[in-house]
Design a protein around this ligand. Sequence first.
Ligand SMILES: C[S@@+](CC[C@H](N)C(=O)[O-])C[C@H]1O[C@@H](n2cnc3c(N)ncnc32)[C@H](O)[C@@H]1O
Length: 294
Amino acid sequence: MNGSDFEYLATLLRNRAGIVLGEDKTYLLETRLMAVARKHGLSAPDQIPCVLRNGCPELEADVIEAMTTNETLFFRDRHPFDALQRDILPELITLREQSRCLRIWSAACSTGQESYSIAMLIRDFFPLLSTWQLEIVATDISPLVLNRARDGLYTNFEVQRGLPVQLLVRHFEQTQDMWRIRSELRRMVTFREFNLLDDPVGLGTFDIIFCRNVLLYFDVQTKRTILERMSQRLRTGGALLLGASETVYGISDAWVPDQQLRAVYRRNARQLLGSIERLMKSAAPETRLQWRAT
Ligand SMILES: C[S@@+](CC[C@H](N)C(=O)[O-])C[C@H]1O[C@@H](n2cnc3c(N)ncnc32)[C@H](O)[C@@H]1O
């Protein structure tokens, strides 16, 4: 693939999905696009840019799909789920005693292992929440992985990765040589297509946001925008969980690390106050007076 074709595809991936592709990734691009080229009747990946330049939305979607990395597993890294069980959920249950409503967002959920790990944990350790209004919203850019997640059907290899055997027996049923997560757990999760480059305002607000192992594919400006938008979607007392190799340091001051919990972030109260002050300054004088009084 020549330099200008690579550049064209790299720009498309950055603009449409936020994915940054270094020049050393030509080989990766060509390998992953081999099957896409075949599917569209092209003899090689280097024919793809020419077809795309003439406009072909199906091919464009397949290129983006092929270039996303969907690697995931149940209870990935374990410690975020320990933090959820021991600290984050018990705190939020106290805080939300009145409203009895909890919303969790698994952003970039891939084939659903992260969202179903959350659902299993809630089922096993927080039976009280079955009487609450609880929603796990799981989103991804890829319709293909979302369909797999909705099916909740996993191979022997997938259920052997991160899932203790007791949980496999309790929460899955065997169908031929696959394992399907039980319907009561599937019902706890709503899967939706959502591109993290878009404003998540339409998804509502959340108490907990899992945004793990996806920011690492984006450039700093994209990470900053996503983190700032997410901070506006988090309810008071909530938490953001990032992947083990991801951080907010040097990227966004909308978040501060939780002093006790690894890879857990809280909304930066100082930054929040600044935003409220700015809002107040721009508001009409009578509204300002009302705010001060409350
Ligand atoms: C490596 S998986 C992470 C899955 C899971 N969060 C975990 O930690 O195991 C990254 C996921 O991010 C999704 N993704 C990539 N770019 C995206 C974007 N712009 N918006 C939403 N999802 C995106 C991919 O489709 C993929 O399923």
